[in-house]
Design a protein around this ligand. Sequence first.
Ligand code: MLT
Length: 409
Amino acid sequence: MALVNENYLKLPGSYLFSEIARRVNQFKKDNPDSEIIRLGIGDVTLPLPPAVVKAMKKAMEEMGRQETFRGYGPEQGYEFLTEKIIENDFRPRGIDLTPDEVFISDGAKSDTANFQELFGINNTLAVSDPVYPVYVDSNVMAGRTGPVNSKGQFEKIVYLSCTEANGMKPPLPETKVDMIYLCFPNNPTGMTLSKEALKKWVDYARANQSIILFDAAYEAYIREDNVPHSIFEIEGAREVAVEFRSFSKTAGFTGTRCAHTIVPKELMAYDSNGRAISLNQLWLRRQTTKFNGVSYPVQVGAAAVYSEEGKKQVRDTVDYYMENARIIRNGLEDAGYRVFGGTNAPYIWLKTPNNMSSWDFFDKLMQKANVVGTPGAGFGASGEGYFRLTAFGTRENTERAVELIRDRM
Ligand code: MLT
């Protein structure tokens, strides 16, 4: 008899965004004439930049010719892409990386979910609350937690509550933890950490031999100075951090899939005899075994993001979404909502009126305004009473959504 991995049974029945999709589909079935505006899942709406499309087409042509055809590529990505990433995203910020510290992958979601495999099952972990659910769910699946309680929190996870009182910044853990997930600019709150605040995390990790899993998928949205784009801008971070980045939210790759993860060579975890083991080597071992790399045309497309025209087109895309963020933020503020985020991030986090629960607000917003967002409670206990809207819609839908919220809610 085949037994299941019972850790899966600890999880709620469906993943947050699948549950939202299910509710929206039901609503559409019951109300076939309603036009729904989707500002729920952070999926982009602008097409791939023309420079990317041109490069991908050319790469496809190469794949169709005997002389230029390519089969399996290096599992960790082609150097033509890793070198461009280093040269454009890291070196100008004073960060030196070698190509074998950059691992190309099919998404920051899969990498943040998979990286925990490198760690011992008895490691303790800390997450911000609210939190991108992938960090928690992947550790639950692996068996690193106990059961869930009535607040939706798993035993053995240290939840770092981000509230209005602490400016939505996670406090340092009071106990020693081994793995720490941080996401800045934050999904879902849209808030950021200053260099000084991030340094405290790096110092904590160095003092406690912890590893920080730093999700920087939204770094391109940072507008203010003194907000670090990479954790490696902080001294000592190479010894304690891995960083996840993505082309999804900047160059429209949510459907195309390309991301990268930085695993510095100094980054060590320990075996039970106290021997230091390179996480760069373990991740390479993991990726070469379980992953066959991102397709050649997609990596060529990602490299084109760094051409002069590609950079300009991506900048325009990011500006477009940030203008949406401004429209949502200002519109909601004018309508009397308390809002957070949206200035260095494509997410706007709002307090639900009259302490309404997040899911009740979700239902009301969908039914009365035909706008879909994401209930804060879906991101954790501290998200209850809050709600997230994304700036990734079209301009027309964004403006219309703000109007509908103002007029009908
Ligand atoms: C979100 O809406 O939080 C994102 O789309 C999640 C993701 O990128 O997987």
